[in-house]
Design a protein. Structure first.
Length: 253
């Protein structure tokens, strides 16, 4: 065993929503730390595959629409068959729908909750069961949000789902720590991704957001790499149920 507590050598990580943005940034960081990566999503993550392989690790693409629970068994079986195990799960896939709460539709509510919370829970459950049956340690990393702490505006289902992610992170840590499974979360601040393109393009909102971030800039997906590697590695073996903000100081302001 390597003496480096941050090494992920010989580990296998499943990262959902890894084709672009935050998922890509974390997948590449985990690969650079030594893990092989199963990339799960609805579209071909060609650039992410290239970056993972450039880091010298294997990249397995598992095409799946996480709007339902149907793909979960396939994700697990394909990863174990092709890469040998599942040691790390990063629940990154998520969507956001914007509208005034007074006009928010049931369809938009369900779409967000299904991906951001329901699938996250049941994928975690199945992965944890496989870890327990194999009697191996494991790491589950959920992606929360600043809206796990705050209310936000015009994103009721997103706020509800990300508040739920923080709560699930705590209860799953409570239940699964005895099995050697660490469950923690990362709460990204304002990152330059497809989900925030409209905010970046809005001159007024962009200025307001940057004015509150002590770091003075939007986050880059690569900024999540260190937190992801820490929570996926032996370095965090005594860390349980934590939601770690990576926000450039947003919550401290």
């Amino acid at each position: 065993m390597t003496s480096n507590p941050f090494s992920l050598e010989d580990k296998v990580a499943v990262v959902t929503g890894a084709n672009t943005g935050l998922g890509q940034g974390m997948a590449v960081a985990l690969a650079e730390a030594g893990a092989d990566i199963a990339l799960v999503g609805r579209s071909q993550p060609e650039e992410t595959v290239e970056l993972v392989e450039k880091a010298g690790r294997k990249a397995l693409v598992v095409m799946a629409d996480l709007g339902s629970l149907e793909p979960i068994d396939t994700i697990i079986s394909q990863t174990r068959e092709r890469l040998g195990s599942i040691d790390i799960l990063v629940n990154n896939a998520g969507i956001i729908k914007r509208n005034d709460s007074i006009d928010f539709t049931e369809e938009d509510w369900d779409a967000v909750m299904d991906i951001n919370l329901k699938t996250l829970f049941f994928l975690s459950q199945k992965v944890a069961r496989s870890m327990i049956e194999a009697k191996t340690r494991g790491k589950i990393i959920n992606i929360a949000s600043m809206l796990s702490y705050q209310g936000g505006i015009r994103v009721p289902s997103y706020t509800a789902s990300k508040s739920g992610v923080m709560g699930l992170t705590r209860i799953l840590a409570n239940e699964w720590a005895k099995h050697g499974i660490n469950v923690n979360a990362i709460a990204p601040g304002y990152f330059a991704t497809n989900n925030t393109a409209a905010l970046q393009a809005d001159e007024t909102r962009n200025k307001e957001i940057l004015g509150r971030i002590p770091a003075g800039r939007w986050g880059d997906p690569s900024d999540l790499g260190g937190a992801a590697v820490f929570l996926a590695s032996r370095a965090s073996d005594y860390v349980q149920g934590v939601t770690l903000p990576v926000d450039g100081g947003w919550l401290a302001r």
